[in-house]
Ligand binder design. Structure first.
Ligand code: CP
Length: 309
């Protein structure tokens, strides 16, 4: 109850409700309106793997709503003395009201949710899932396209290890989008995910090139080739830098095509794209704040007012 480990934990109606709530919370996220809905509540930010956006936007979200944050990282804690995830989470169960957990091992968020009483929000588990990212991605798409249904979305890059695209592809399928999956052969979306998406009715094209797909797309979602997930450097060097979107690729595209990226980027989006009307990745990163506010409220059973002012 209150956990968010994969997108399967949310019904379509709940997704829509959370996006509506996040929209109402934007003035609070921007610091223009005070709304201490989570006063007296404590969030534990449990990051066993590096993060800038997810950790900080969770912290901003909690603080903007009047709550407190405990920041944990595997450096400087008893993890370095060999304390297990199970034992660590038992402590957090007593110290906090809700926890966001990022961990390099797939399944760590579900394991944590099964081990404690407080609600667990999966902030990224290895190559598994990243559902709070998906919620802010859907928020960003809706903001730009006025809908999340029946879009044509290109996902580019590391589709094998990329947890953002694993969660997002499932959510987009539920809302009737068609997907173009662009990757080198070694980084294709896992076949079980592709089969699952196709069985759910998703029209999928798998290809190695994205440029000829741009003309019909509503969204292009670039991702980083994640060096840290490769078993060896040689395999990484074969595909590093394989995709690069530049502003000159955006001359013959739909007026309202948006370019997204969960960030951090390395070289897959040229800085010339930043100034175009199509770029949304910095807005997307900000959208983590209102979206995670709404998700924290859901986990803690706190209602977001119908009118926020
Ligand atoms: N998008 C995302 O998960 O970014 P961080 O790794 O910086 O949290």
């Amino acid at each position: 109850m209150g956990d968010l480990v994969t997108m399967d934990d949310l019904s379509d109606d709940e997704i829509t409700q959370i996006l509506d709530e996040a929209e109402r919370l934007v003035p609070v996220a921007e610091g223009r309106v005070s709304l201490p809905l989570l006063e007296g509540k404590v969030l534990a930010n449990m990051f066993f793997e590096n993060s800038t956006r997810t950790r900080m936007s969770f912290e901003t979200a909690m603080k903007r709503l009047g709550g407190e944050v405990l920041n944990f990282s595997s450096v400087g804690t008893s993890v370095s003395k060999g304390e297990t995830l199970y034992d660590t989470m038992q402590m957090i169960d007593g110290y906090a009201d809700v926890a966001a957990i990022r961990h390099p091992k797939q399944g760590a968020a579900q394991y944590s949710a099964d081990s404690v009483n407080i609600p667990i929000l999966n902030a990224g588990d290895g190559s598994g899932n990243h559902p709070t990212q998906t919620m802010l991605d859907l928020f960003t798409i809706r903001q730009a396209q006025d809908k999340i249904e029946n879009l044509r979305v290109i996902l580019v890059g590391d589709l094998r290890y990329g947890r953002t695209v694993h969660s997002l592809s499932h959510a987009l399928t539920r809302f009737g989008s068609s997907l173009v999956l662009v990757s080198p052969p070694s980084l294709r979306m896992p076949s079980e995910i592709v089969t699952d998406l196709r069985n759910s009715g998703c029209e999928i094209l798998e290809t190695e090139n994205f440029k000829e797909q741009l003309v019909s797309a509503d969204v292009i979602y670039m991702t980083r080739i994640q060096k840290e997930r490769f078993p060896d450097d040689d395999e990484y060097s074969k595909v590093a830098g394989i995709y690069k979107l530049t502003s000159s690729d955006l001359t013959n595209v739909k007026e309202n095509l948006i370019v997204m990226h969960p960030l951090p980027r390395v070289d897959e989006i040229d800085s010339s794209v930043d100034k175009t009307k199509h770029s949304r990745y910095f807005q997307q990163a900000f959208n983590g704040v209102p979206t995670r506010m709404a998700l924290l409220c859901r986990s803690l059973g706190v209602s977001v007012p119908k009118k926020v002012k």
